[in-house]
Write a protein that binds this ligand. Structure first.
Ligand SMILES: [Zn+2]
Length: 116
């Protein structure tokens, strides 16, 4: 016999049931989302901030722009915060912030780009 994951009330009915009621089920999922949101908050803020910096430097019309690395440094861009990476056939690593990203062109130059 199993008990509800939230209130420990004894469960009746289907054997794969985890909660005694919709209320307990909702509580569980709301609590799960709340805990994740709390932990992710600071990193999310950094990712959004980084995206804004690239977006601003790209300008609304450009899909591709070469800049000096120092321009990103000046804006306190955090190079180790990105959403995902991919590597092309030539081994160039693209760092993405959702839909826009950057790659190192040389030690002093960066390319900023938009996915779409
Ligand atoms: Zn319950």
């Amino acid at each position: 016999m199993k008990n509800c994951k939230i209130c420990s009330k004894r469960l009746v009915g289907r054997s794969d049931k985890l909660f005694c009621s919709l209320k307990c089920k909702n509580y569980y999922h709301t609590d799960l989302r709340r805990k994740t949101a709390l932990v992710a908050k600071d990193i999310d803020k950094m990712l959004h901030r980084n995206r804004s910096i690239i977006y601003e430097l790209l300008g609304s019309k450009n899909h591709f722009v070469k800049i000096k690395r120092v321009e990103l440094d000046k804006k306190k861009f955090h190079f180790n915060y990105y959403t995902h990476q991919n590597t092309n056939k030539e081994g160039r690593v693209y760092n993405w912030l959702y839909d826009i990203g950057w790659f190192e062109y040389s030690t002093e130059e960066m390319f900023l780009l938009k996915k779409y």
